[in-house]
Design a protein around this ligand. Structure first.
Ligand SMILES: [Zn+2]
Length: 91
């Protein structure tokens, strides 16, 4: 058996593929990712979609937070303006 005949089983598609079909991963003891390149691409695309979705949500939340801040600032400004008036008319 030569090193070229060595195959690894992909944890995602469960196909036995040659060493070259896997990306290198230095954080792993065997130096290879456990999912083959094809599955890795699919997973990465999926993650990217999720990141985009998360970004959209974050943008939306940030917009809401900014509006809330603006409302609070306006309310505070209104209170400051209203305060002397209300004092003068109170008695
Ligand atoms: Zn695979």
């Amino acid at each position: 058996m030569t090193i070229h005949a060595q195959t690894f089983e992909c944890i995602t598609c469960h196909e036995s593929k040659p060493f070259e079909a896997f990306y290198a991963d230095r954080s792993r003891r065997d130096g290879k990712r456990r999912a083959c390149k094809l599955c890795d691409h699919a997973a990465r695309a999926e993650r990217k979609r999720n990141v985009t979705a998360t970004r959209e949500i974050a943008k939306h939340l940030a917009m809401h937070a900014a509006r809330k801040r603006l409302r609070e600032q306006l309310a505070a400004t209104r209170d400051n303006i209203a305060a002397p008036v209300s004092i003068s008319t109170a008695e």
